[in-house]
Design a binder for this molecule. Structure first.
Ligand SMILES: [Zn+2]
Ligand SMILES: [Zn+2]
Length: 302
């Protein structure tokens, strides 16, 4: 019997979705003895965890419940040690909304991250549902950082030393930190760094983002874990810096040619980065954000 066209199409679509889902599964990578990254498929959110003699320190708890639970499972498969600490690199839900699944650990973040989770709660949930689906926060309960700092914190625990360092200014958000393990030379950058994928700049400022990248590349890290994208090196971080610089230069040129915000957003093009994920989706918004920034920088100068 000949299968109706619609049914064939449907089967193909389901197969494609399943193939993508399989392709997009996060992958556990060992970065140094006892130091791991769970790398999201296709540029989805990365997490990390560090096994110490006294317990496990988790870096970013994922967003959707199923991914947070998967991270927890991967930790349990790796070690029998308890989770003692959780670090949120910034407030965005894809990095912090899984906190409730790790709440036996002391949750640490920048003071502004705690503030943003409280003050932006409603808008933040709306945004999260837009990305992850209407049902994505069904089981969610806001679980806030309990220990906060403003500049720098050194966490010495179970034979490990981890430096938690504030970006220094509004960068990706106003509360970004990166986590630096000087002995292992591993650095977890949160969304201060993306690899092979365009960032979402709507919450931050590119001037601060560039300074933060300089802070990151001034370490002698041999392994960098970006917030999104594959495990990286300092060279990748410099490539990412190149994107932000090229974006600023291109938008400035368009403004100098008299283009308004809408024209800049609709006409911007940066061919060297066109193979990066989210290029088509986020470049116009990135350009509009930079337009606003450059406009206020010019106003300040006048
Ligand atoms: Zn983010
Ligand atoms: Zn992110």
């Amino acid at each position: 019997m000949k299968r109706p066209l619609l049914a064939t199409l449907l089967v193909n679509v389901i197969a494609l979705v399943l193939a993508q889902a399989a392709f997009a599964a996060p992958e556990l990578k060992t970065l140094a003895p006892g130091v791991y990254a769970l790398v999201g498929g296709e540029g989805k959110t990365n997490s990390g965890f560090v096994v110490t003699e006294k317990g496990v320190i988790v870096i970013d708890t994922q967003g959707p419940g199923e991914l947070a639970k998967l991270l927890r499972e991967k930790i349990k498969e790796t070690t029998a040690k308890p989770i003692t600490h959780v670090i949120n690199t910034h407030y965005h839900g894809d990095h912090s909304f899984g906190n409730q699944y790790f709440s036996e650990g002391l949750i640490i973040a920048h003071e502004n991250t705690r503030k943003a989770l409280i003050e932006n709660d409603e808008g933040h949930r709306t945004m999260f549902r837009k990305f992850f689906g209407a049902e994505s926060l069904k089981e969610f309960s806001l679980t806030l950082p309990e220990a906060t700092f403003t500049d720098r914190m050194i966490l010495r625990h179970g034979g490990r030393t981890m430096e938690l360092i504030y970006a220094g200014a509004k960068a990706h958000t106003d509360g970004d930190i990166f986590v630096w393990l000087p002995e292992e030379r591993v650095l977890f950058a949160g969304d201060l760094l993306y690899s092979g994928r365009l960032p979402l700049l709507n919450d931050g400022e590119t001037t601060g983002a560039l300074k933060a990248i300089d802070k990151i590349t001034s370490t002698d890290a041999s392994v960098l874990v970006p917030g999104h994208g594959p495990v990286s090196t300092i060279d990748d971080a410099l490539r990412y810096k190149g994107y932000i610089e090229a974006l600023r230069a291109e938008v400035k040129k368009m403004m100098d040619n008299g283009m308004n915000r809408e024209e800049v957003a609709s006409k911007v093009s940066l061919p060297p980065y066109s193979s990066w994920l989210m290029y088509k989706e986020w470049l116009p918004a990135n350009a509009a954000r930079v337009f606003d920034e450059l406009t206020s920088e010019r106003e300040k100068k006048e």
